[in-house]
Design a protein around this ligand. Sequence first.
Ligand code: NAD
Length: 333
Amino acid sequence: KAVSELTTAQAQQEIAKLQDDLTRYGVEYYEDDNPSVEDHVYDAFYARLVDLEAAFPQFMTPESPTQRVGGTNVKSELTKITHPVPMLSLGDVFSLEELQDWDARTTKALGFQSDYNLELKIDGLAVALDYENGELVQASTRGNGTIGEDVTANVKTIQAIPQRLSEPLTIEVRGEIYMPKKSFAKLNQQRELEGLAPFANPRNAAAGSLRQLDAKVTKKRELSAFVYYTADFETLGAETQSGALQRFAALGLPTNTTNQVISVMSYISSYITHYTQQRDTLDYGIDGVVVKVNALDLQLDLGNTVKIPRWAIAYKFPPEEALTTVRDIEWTV
Ligand code: NAD
């Protein structure tokens, strides 16, 4: 039923049910690494809840999944770590039209058209890496954005992540830990041989493999990583998101080099089309494209909400079976 046709009582009931259901799915996904519904199903419920809460804001609570990052990980036995700068989620859109609306809002807020850095949205889990004088001293998961889990010993087993940077910087960088598709296939084969339940997808396998009490288990899982963010771009010595990626690479950090800076929003459709088609040929899972305001001082100007940055947006790919529909979409400005 359309949101505008609902009575207040019906809206209240539907909102409460969606908040409960999405909270439960969140526990399965973020805490148990074992989701019972597919991401696009979760995304559809989430989008409906966003619309309902916008129309009936009296039923939106700070505990609503729309207002919180990730899970609470209360059951996790890993040591908890507080993030000095919160680790946020990303706003998402599912069509080029919605992306165009986001661009219009961003352009209006800035007063001019910004350059954007386009990146692939890696389907893994976010991690913060703390380097002190160039040495890796701590690694933590995003958790609920404010409190994450200490996975230092586990991250130290990941070959792609350097123990030491090429410069003695004291800096926190962030990125995505993922499981290469080949390693995922191998792991699930092995699990089936051992009579264990296979992981639902590489993202859950990566999360389950990283959030282990025994780092020896993580080591066997062949995880990898891409770094794409720091809140401390002065220490990094970068003025743009694309420049930050180059600096990360120069420091020896793993970066994804498929990014592209665009100055005209209409160029985005060819990037999206290209990676929608190339998706299967990559050795890592991607679930969309992230569009980021390229100038880091403009990112600061735009700031964040409690849950998402205003300077970035994720365009999510349609579920695999619906791919042909997006390939034919023309970008119209
Ligand atoms: P998200 O994963 O959709 O987007 C935010 C995250 O993207 C960031 O935290 C970061 O880790 C990651 N990311 C990957 N590449 C990036 C890049 N290049 N730049 C910046 N960030 C990048 O958001 P979320 O809050 O982690 O999770 C919500 C999503 O998780 C939902 O849309 C849904 O698809 C899925 N989910 C599924 C279930 C389920 O039951 N199936 C439950 C909860 C969440």
